[in-house]
Design a protein around this ligand. Structure first.
Ligand code: MN3
Length: 211
């Protein structure tokens, strides 16, 4: 299977006004596409040419191929980011809600931790909600770095805090961008599904169900 730009899971204007169609046009149509195009060029004729994106990210990380890692991880991060947002998500599912309450106290407190982490990330990067060893955690990564290459972490949600994610709509106001996005567009349906999938693959399934 060759790498290609995945379609957005919604229309380009579906997240407006929080994320404008113009931002999506640049962010998805130029930045995300740019990472994918560069990755395709880098992999052409190599052993990884027909690998799936997750394998490429991990392989480039292990071999220290920073340039391929940057493009592959950014391609993966952006796919993940688009699916971390939704104009019409429901609330977290029961299992996720139980873990949120146990590990953060409440959903507003989780959101505050996520926003604080996103604001504290110096320069370009990502703020993530991950499950790690059966516990929810907020982590940040710099540049293209992502939970895929950090042992034990399964990503549930992410917020892109590269300036290209918000500059057209919010200029330098990362705080307003992150707060607005976190309050209105997080895809809890997707996070709940990812938790279920992850729990089915780990021994803490029973802890999540019985906590
Ligand atoms: Mn981006």
């Amino acid at each position: 299977m060759a790498i290609s730009l995945s379609p957005l899971p919604y229309a380009q204007d579906a997240l407006a006004p929080v994320v404008s169609a113009r931002t999506m046009d640049f962010h998805y149509g130029k930045h995300h596409r740019g990472y994918v195009d560069k990755l395709i060029a880098q992999l052409s004729g190599t052993d990884l040419e027909h690998s799936n994106l997750e394998d490429i990210v991990r392989s480039a990380w292990r071999s220290g191929n920073q340039s391929t890692f940057n493009n592959a991880a950014q391609a993966w991060n952006h796919d993940f980011f688009w699916h971390s947002l939704s104009p019409d998500s429901g609330p977290p599912g029961t299992e996720l809600e139980i873990l949120i309450n146990r590990d953060f106290g409440s959903r507003p407190e989780l959101l505050k931790s996520l926003v604080d982490a996103a604001l504290a990330q110096f320069g370009s990067g990502w703020a993530w909600l991950v499950v790690d060893g059966g516990h929810l955690r907020i982590v940040t990564t710099s540049n293209a770095d992502c939970p895929l290459v950090h042992e034990g972490q399964t990503a549930l949600l992410t917020i892109d805090v590269w300036e290209h994610a918000y500059y057209l709509d919010y200029q330098n106001d990362r705080k307003r961008y992150v707060e607005t996005l976190a309050a209105s567009l997080l895809n809890w349906d997707a996070a709940s599904a990812r938790l279920k999938l992850s729990a089915s693959q780990h021994a803490y399934a029973s802890a999540a169900a019985g906590a």
